[in-house]
Design a protein around this ligand. Structure first.
Ligand SMILES: [Zn+2]
Ligand SMILES: [Zn+2]
Length: 171
């Protein structure tokens, strides 16, 4: 996922990351299964480069509740500022790049990876209604009732409340 940055013209440039370069990419535990070409708009102004674009990616994930694989998708947004060569003042929003070190290319993958991770939901669920794994017998409860009886188990905090209520009832 490399972008040639030493030949960019000032103003707006369009760069396509082909679908083939994206599909199959593995980011931590996620495998990208489906993508379209990622169209990037690259604004160059002197030594400043602003790279923007977004793509919808289909990928394989693992459910936090039932631990099964499932397919999902999300939109990632690329929005990064770069500066060619060192800056006198360090900036958090700016990454300095030296194209001469890399034959004139910028590797987008670390930024693509970060954008992907940032777009992930806090909880990965195969479905909103995923019943998860039974804490008692370990069966995936989406595949059917495991037969464990949860009705008898009540929250100890409620039991205390019930006791207090009963006591009040006696007096
Ligand atoms: Zn699940
Ligand atoms: Zn069970």
């Amino acid at each position: 996922m490399r972008i040639k940055i030493d030949g960019l013209k000032n103003g707006s440039n369009i760069f396509l990351v082909p679908e083939n370069d994206i599909t199959g990419t593995v980011i931590h535990d996620y495998v990208i299964k489906d993508s379209q070409d990622l169209e990037l708009e690259i604004q160059k102004s002197g030594n400043y480069i602003h790279i923007m674009g977004e793509a919808q990616l289909g990928f394989k994930s693992i459910c936090d509740r039932c631990a099964e694989d499932y397919e999902t998708s999300q939109i990632i947004k690329i929005d990064y500022m770069f500066h060619i060569g060192k800056l006198d003042e360090l900036s958090d929003e700016m990454v300095t790049v030296d194209p001469s070190e890399n034959e004139g290319y910028l590797d987008l993958l670390p930024y693509f990876t970060e954008a992907f991770i940032l777009a992930l939901p806090v909880r990965q669920l195969c479905s909103e209604n995923c019943k998860g794994i039974c804490q008692n017998c370990g069966k995936n409860r989406n595949e059917g009732d495991c037969g464990c009886n949860f009705e008898k188990q009540s929250d100890p905090r409620w039991e205390t409340l019930v006791k207090i209520l009963n006591k009040n009832g006696e007096t």
